[in-house]
Every structure is written in structure tokens, then in C-alpha cells.
Design a protein around this ligand. Structure first.
Ligand SMILES: *Cc1c(COP(=O)(O)O)cnc(C)c1O
Length: 403
């Protein structure tokens, strides 16, 4: 009997306890969590300072509504805008809602400019969430199938392709008001934008007077070794969305804006009942404290490099492996053959939790607290699993990165 709707396909395992980089199942088996709840528990499970912040705040105050001033919301907004060099924040409860907020800003911007049928440029293979606007902005047939009619107003170009952007500028430039892009496409298998791409997008948006809107829901908050992935390119977007790691497991999303984009909302134009309550905002501040005080940006950069180098050395020339990519602690290993259940379950049997996206890409998103011994364990386990699995080595089929 299953009283849940049938939209997930969970693995037959459940965890009862977590601490740092480790999880335990009911039988007491220990696992290295190299997925971190899909880039959520970035400072590790049950971090004592987070546990303390939740306990203390739960005993003080959970919710009052946005009809009143919420001090922790102001604090978190000041911290985030300071780190991002942006001006204002809006808080919600998930990534999809953060992107909805960004898309609503784009519509208001169009309205202000007098653009009647506005378009937002989005990328092939993007993922922005499951609400109607965000699934319409995503390039994922499986998210969209059956939910038509989709929300209008998106135009798609290949990720990383500036020539294609020039082409849509020629054909639709008058209607375009914004570009929405992930600095690294996570759900579609850790696709990393070419160096200079974000900077070129920034320049193009400046020239065209479009908003540059970055979806940093997966890449933000230290994942790539900087607070935000855009900081690798020395730019600042007009709008940025955050969620996943911001609450380390408590639901919170944020949309940051600067310049004209920070001025578009007025009283009543947007809102959320739960958004930015004292509990989640205090935990958000605590997450930022921990990242700062434990030096987790530097650790993510260092361990990310070590993990990428280790995996490339162990698997770079393996006949089953197409490529090994990474940006900080966001790592993808493309295999030639589909490997979903095989790899995930085999790794789990060896005490390692990983993820496979798009059928044949192993995705690693370990916590930012990862240590050298954990890196060694991941490399050793994946090398052993990939080498011992004959079904992974076959004639490479026709080249298509996203099978
Ligand atoms: C996870 C994710 C989202 C959606 O976030 P939810 O909290 O599941 O709504 C949007 N964009 C990116 C890049 C993501 O990784």
C-alpha cells in the first residue's frame, strides 16, 4: 500500500541519522553522502550550530507573517546582498518560487519599458523548477509532458553559444527583456559554461538593456569554491536566485536584485505567507557564518580540485568513460552507456551515495566540508565499480551527451 502520489521513484533505502558528511540507515550501515540532498546540506548533516539555532529559535518565535517587521529577514538580506554586491532580497520557500520571482521581475521590467509581448531567453537543457512558469522556462520534455499549454514568453538558445544569442537578438531583439541562465547546468549533467560566457552575457545584456538573471540555486553558496559562481568571472547579475543550500535543509529560497531590477516591486506586487520567517532566516544567517568561519569556500575549491584530479587520473582514460568534468564540488562523470540503477545501487552497497542524471552521467555534489580521506574513498569506490562492470564497456553509441 502506498498513500503517496506516484511522482517519485525512491531507492529502497531510508536514513535515520546524519552527521557531517555521513548518513546511517536503520540497520546502522554508514554512508558517505556525496550528494548532500542534491546540493542542500552543504555544511553537513546535523551541524551543531544549526541544531542550536533551530532549537533556540523554535523556543522563541517561528512565524509572525510579513505584516510585521522580521529582524532575521533584514539581517539575512543584508548579509546576502553584501556578499553578492547586490541591493535587495525577497525571500520565499523554494528554488522554483525564487525563479518565479525573477520571471515576475522580468515581466514588470518589460511593462516599464513598454514591451508588449516580452520574451526571456533561456537555455537548452536548462532546469528552473516545476511551477508552470519555471517548467515552461526549463528545457525538459519530462517536466513538461502533459502540462500544456505552457506559459508563453520564452525563447531557447544553446547553452554557451554566443552566436546563437546574436541570432535571436537579430530576430527577436525588440521583444527580449532578460536572459535566465544557470552558470553550471546541474540537472542536465554538470554542463559548465565556457570561460568568459557569463561575462559576454553581461556585456550583451548591458548593450541591449536586458536583465541578466542567474539561477544559482545549485551553484550558489560555496558550491563552486566562491560564494556565487558569477564571482569567477568578475561580473554582477541584475537578478540572482538562491535556494537549496541556503537553509541546509530548511525550506528557504531567495531572489536578489540590483539596479533597476531592485526597484520594480511595490507594496502588494508579490508576497509569500511563509517566506522569510524568523526560523529559516536565522538558519540562513547561521549557514553563512559556518561557511565563513570554517573556511568552506577554500575547502570546496581545494577538495573539488583534488576530487576532479583524482577521478581524471583514475578514470580519464577508462573505456567506459566519456569525460570527467567539474567546477568546485560539482562534478559529472559521463559514461558511454546508461548506468542509472546499476551505479547508484552498487555505490550504495559500498557505502557511497551518488546520483545519476540524464541516464549516463554520475553526478557528485558532496558537502563543502569534504575531507581528503573522503575524496580518496570516492575515487577508489568509483574506480572499482566502473572497472568491474563489464556492461559499461561497449562500443560507444552515436555521440549524444544527454542520453
Ligand atoms: C533545484 C533547482 C531548482 C528548483 O528548486 P526547487 O526548490 O526544487 O523548487 C531550480 N533551478 C536549479 C538550477 C536547481 O538546481
Amino acid at each position: 500500500m502506498n498513500a503517496l502520489m506516484n511522482n517519485y521513484q525512491p531507492l529502497p533505502i531510508s536514513f535515520t541519522k546524519g552527521l557531517g558528511t555521513r548518513l546511517w540507515d536503520a540497520a546502522g550501515n554508514e554512508y558517505l553522502d556525496a550528494l548532500a540532498g542534491v546540493a542542500v546540506t552543504n555544511v553537513g548533516h546535523s551541524h551543531p550550530r544549526i541544531v542550536e539555532a533551530i532549537r533556540d529559535q523554535a523556543g522563541l518565535l517561528l512565524h509572525t507573517s510579513n505584516l510585521y517587521i522580521i529582524d532575521w529577514q533584514h539581517k539575512l538580506a543584508e548579509r546576502l546582498t553584501g556578499l553578492a554586491n547586490m541591493q535587495r532580497a525577497f525571500f520565499c520557500n523554494s528554488g522554483a518560487e525564487a525563479n518565479e520571482t525573477a520571471l515576475k521581475l522580468a515581466r514588470l521590467y518589460a511593462n516599464r519599458k513598454g514591451v508588449r509581448q516580452p520574451l526571456v531567453v533561456v537555455m537548452e537543457n536548462s532546469f528552473h523548477g516545476r511551477t508552470f512558469a519555471t517548467l515552461s522556462a526549463s528545457d525538459s520534455p519530462s517536466c513538461q509532458a502533459g502540462f500544456e499549454p505552457l506559459v508563453e514568453g520564452f525563447i531557447k538558445v544553446p547553452f554557451g553559444d554566443l552566436i546563437a544569442l546574436q541570432a535571436v537578438t537579430q530576430t527577436h531583439g525588440q521583444r527580449i527583456v532578460a536572459v535566465l541562465v544557470e552558470p553550471v547546468q546541474g540537472e542536465s549533467g554538470v554542463q559548465i559554461a565556457p570561460t568568459g560566457y557569463l561575462k559576454a552575457l553581461r556585456e550583451h545584456c548591458d548593450t541591449q538593456q536586458w536583465l541578466l538573471m542567474l539561477d544559482e540555486i545549485q551553484t550558489g553558496l560555496g558550491r563552486t569554491g566562491r560564494w556565487f559562481a558569477f564571482q569567477h568571472e568578475g561580473i554582477v547579475p541584475d537578478v540572482m536566485t538562491l535556494a537549496k543550500a541556503l537553509g541546509n535543509g530548511l525550506p528557504i529560497g531567495a531572489c536578489l536584485a540590483t539596479g533597476i531590477a531592485a526597484q520594480l516591486f511595490g507594496p502588494g506586487s508579490h508576497g509569500s505567507t511563509f517566506g522569510g520567517n524568523p526560523l529559516v532566516c536565522r538558519v540562513g544567517c547561521t549557514v553563512l557564518d559556518i561557511i565563513e568561519q570554517q573556511g568552506l569556500l577554500a575547502n570546496a575549491a581545494r577538495q573539488g580540485q583534488a576530487l576532479l584530479a583524482g577521478l581524471r587520473e583514475a578514470l580519464g582514460n577508462h573505456p567506459a568513460v566519456r569525460s570527467v568534468r567539474g567546477h568546485g564540488l560539482m562534478i559529472g562523470i559521463d559514461l558511454h552507456q546508461p548506468c542509472r540503477h546499476l551505479m547508484v545501487e552498487a555505490a550504495q552497497a559500498h557505502g557511497l551515495l551518488i546520483n545519476v542524471t540524464r541516464g549516463s552521467t554520475i553526478r557528485l555534489l558532496p558537502p563543502l566540508t569534504l575531507q581528503a580521506l573522503d575524496v580518496a574513498m570516492i575515487v577508489k569506490t568509483l574506480r572499482a565499480l566502473i572497472s568491474s562492470d563489464q556492461s559499461l564497456v561497449g562500443a560507444p553509441t552515436i555521440d549524444s551527451p544527454s542520453r
